[in-house]
Design a protein around this ligand. Structure first.
Ligand code: FAD
Ligand code: NAP
Length: 320
């Protein structure tokens, strides 16, 4: 039977932003509920080595870090629920979110931390061959390419990390990038250049994925000369960035040209008082675990101030 869950602080999303908001919210006595969504722990659960989250001298694993964050949030009083929100009503407080399970979540304030999802190229063959040679997650699917050849498409941190990771399994890794320079951090570029199993195809864009029941190759166009070619491959990993998960809020909150939630500069405040956004869902510039956690902290602190001001105003009104 459908249940209505009520909380002072409703958090949508369980990545670094949502869980940090939960840790601060719980410690401030707001009894937060975190609705986890389809990817409990968020994007870091599909990576391996994390070397830049402060506090750890040695390399740590993304899934482990997120388990620890969740354990910390629960330890201080957060309630985690396994559900995915399919609709929201942000018209007035208590704000309401409707779960895929049929349950309804009501919050005096809402923290949106729904993050981002992998972006696809949208070229012929991609959807049909997804799971049959085409993937967006090397750590999930790299194992299937032991001793084989794979391509990685993209030029950012994710693409380079995916290429490096795939060398653990594949015989040969080809990075395909549409320009002649990478966007990835220098340290990752250096590792890529030094790796004997990796080569880079510069100025090439994938125009289609070739294969009948399984991927056999990619069709390419040279972005400078316009010449076309085909490259045989057993696997293709699309690593061209992520799109913010904001479809739910399209009708109620302002989104920028990239689909990110618009917040007041330097804050997690949306145009609706009591509704906050933090992490990758509102940040198209930094998109790091530590910045997501930082804005999650800010959202919880601002939520606490919002509720305190609102409660004080209600008490004053009642006293008159
Ligand atoms: P996310 O981690 O994207 O979490 C979003 C959460 O929202 C998920 O729990 C999801 O289930 C939930 N959600 C979505 N829709 C709904 C819904 N409708 N209802 C309920 N819940 C919903 N950053 C670093 O700092 N260091 C790294 O080494 C690093 N490595 C990375 C490697 C990879 C492969 C990728 C993809 C990213 C990496 N990043 C790294 C970036 C980092 O993972 C993100 O910046 C960070 O996870 C963003 O946190 P977030 O909480 O905003 O969102
Ligand atoms: P990103 O930095 O946005 O890079 C996306 C790459 O894909 C770019 O090189 C882009 O090319 C290319 N691209 C985009 N659309 C394309 C298309 N249609 N066809 C071909 N190529 C296309 O995305 P990301 O690498 O996923 O990183 C996202 C964020 O997470 C970043 O802030 C990153 O720093 C962070 N992250 C950090 C780490 C880490 O710290 N170790 C690891 C992974 C991710 P152009 O360069 O030509 O635009």
């Amino acid at each position: 039977m459908a249940t209505t869950h009520r909380t002072r602080m409703l958090i949508l999303g369980s990545g670094p932003a949502g869980l940090t908001a939960a840790i601060y919210g719980a410690r401030a006595g707001m009894n937060p509920i975190v609705v986890q969504g389809l990817q409990p722990g968020g994007q870091l659960t599909i990576t391996t080595d994390v070397e830049n989250y402060p506090g750890f001298r040695d390399v740590i694993q993304g899934p482990w870090l997120m388990q620890e964050m969740q354990a910390q949030a629960e330890h201080v009083g957060t309630r985690m629920v396994w559900d995915t929100i399919t609709r929201v009503d942000l018209g007035q407080s208590p704000f309401r979110a409707f779960g895929d399970s049929g349950d309804i979540y009501e919050g005096d304030c809402v923290v949106i931390a729904t993050g981002a999802q992998a972006r696809w190229l949208g070229v012929p063959g991609e959807a049909a061959l997804a799971g049959k040679g085409v993937s967006a997650c090397a750590t999930c699917d790299g194992f299937f390419y032991r001793g084989k050849t794979v391509v990685v498409i993209g030029g950012g941190n994710t693409a380079v990390e995916e290429a490096l990771y795939l060398t653990n399994h594949a015989r040969e890794v080809v990075l395909i990038h549409r320009r002649d320079s990478l966007r990835a951090e220098r340290i990752l570029q250096d590792r890529l250049a030094a790796h004997p199993k990796i080569s880079v195809l510069w100025n090439k864009a994938v125009t289609s994925f070739i294969g009948d029941t399984a991927l056999t190759g990619v069709a390419l166009v040279d972005t400078v000369t316009g010449s076309t070619s085909e490259l045989p491959t057993d696997g293709a990993f699309v690593a061209i960035g992520h799109a913010p998960a904001t479809e739910l809020f399209r009708d109620t909150l302002a989104l920028d040209a990239g689909g990110y939630i618009v917040v007041a500069a330097g804050t997690p405040k949306t145009a609706i008082p009591g509704v906050f956004a933090c992490g990758d869902v509102m940040d198209h510039t930094y998109r790091q675990a530590v910045t997501a956690a930082g804005t999650g902290c800010m959202a919880a602190l601002d939520a606490e101030r919002y509720l305190a001001t609102r409660d004080f105003a209600a008490l004053s009104e009642a006293a008159q």
